[in-house]
Design a protein around this ligand. Structure first.
Ligand code: SF4
Length: 317
């Protein structure tokens, strides 16, 4: 018997987006920079999810990673330093139908943009956030960033930085209305891809910290991070990030962690024994401000018009 399996169809979809529908230009990052790996993973994810390029927006601030929107053939906004979150929230608030991504760096998010980071998490709009953490200001040629390890020698601290770094994950987990926190690295492609996909599927503000290589200015750190596999632990759970068997085999240490348990997530990070890769926390029930906005902030259109007329009538002569 020849013929089609019942689940097969020869019908062609109206349109199919290939990788080249998301690619634009030649990325001007240094050779070996981790940013290239994230760009590739995001483009693959867009293709798998068939995100229409005209319905997709990448918003960034300033820094090496913030050049990201230039290399996506979607809409993009390469904005001001630290201001990616309010721009992205504005886009999502008025256009809930769009797929909105934020690309930011450790300096952009955790220093000048820290206030917006706090409220971006709290507003919990349906936005995927990719924080590229290379622990240095790379674009401006090696200054200490908020996440540089203590003692990092840089142009601003030639004898070594003197303040302990900001703990991005603990800080985010401590913010009110947090709904999704994950960690991955640019040098484990299978895990990177699966994490970005899971983040995009999350209905809310999905915050992903990506441990990032900056071979230009942080080669020692890159060597330390990439050559010691026993420093890492893979978080495993049915509700967590699912990786393929080949990726799973790369990890010598595996830890069971239920991502609904925020206290356990904090304890894991506090013990400081390992770098945990995977989904630390997810709460799909957290309040979403973008949904509130799409309901006209609780007012009907008529009520809004009436309130506006009342205010304008105060100026009537
Ligand atoms: Fe990447 Fe560092 Fe070069 Fe910036 S300076 S493009 S972060 S390797």
């Amino acid at each position: 018997m020849y013929g089609l399996m019942p689940e097969c169809s020869l019908e062609m979809p109206d349109s199919y987006y290939g990788l080249d529908d998301y690619e634009k230009g030649v990325a001007r990052w240094c050779s070996g920079c981790g940013d290239h790996a994230v760009l590739s993973a995001v483009q693959r994810m867009c293709r798998e999810k068939q995100l229409p390029p005209e319905k997709t927006v990448f918003v960034s601030g300033i820094g090496c990673s913030s050049r990201f929107p230039h290399y996506m053939d979607t809409y993009g906004f390469h904005g001001l330093h630290g201001r990616a979150f309010p721009v992205a929230c504005g886009v999502k608030f008025r256009r809930p139908d769009l797929n909105v991504f934020v690309v930011t760096g450790d300096g952009d998010c955790c220093s000048i943009g820290a206030g917006h980071w706090v409220h971006g998490v709290r507003y919990n709009m349906d936005i995927t956030v990719l924080l590229f953490d290379n622990e240095i200001y790379g674009m401006t040629k090696k200054q200490t960033s908020p996440t540089s390890p203590l003692g990092t020698k840089s142009n601003t601290h030639p004898t070594g930085s003197v303040l302990p770094p900001v703990d991005i994950l603990q800080t985010t987990l401590g913010l009110s209305n947090v709904s999704f926190v994950a960690q991955t690295t640019d040098w484990v492609p299978g895990h990177l891809y699966a994490t970005i996909k899971k983040a995009h599927e999350h209905p809310g503000f999905a915050f992903v910290k990506i441990m990032m290589r900056c071979p230009k200015f942080m080669q020692d750190l890159v060597d330390q991070h990439t050559s010691n596999r026993d420093l890492y632990s893979l978080l495993e759970h049915d509700d967590g990030i699912q990786v393929d068997p080949a990726t799973s085999q790369l990890f010598e240490n595996k830890v069971k962690h239920d991502p609904s348990n925020i206290h356990n997530a904090r304890e894991l990070l506090e013990n400081g024994k390992s770098w945990y890769l995977g989904l630390l926390y997810q709460n799909q029930e957290a309040i979403r401000y973008d949904l509130y906005g799409s309901q006209n902030l609780g007012f009907s259109t008529d009520q809004k018009m009436e309130a506006l007329e009342t205010e304008l009538d105060k100026f009537a002569i």
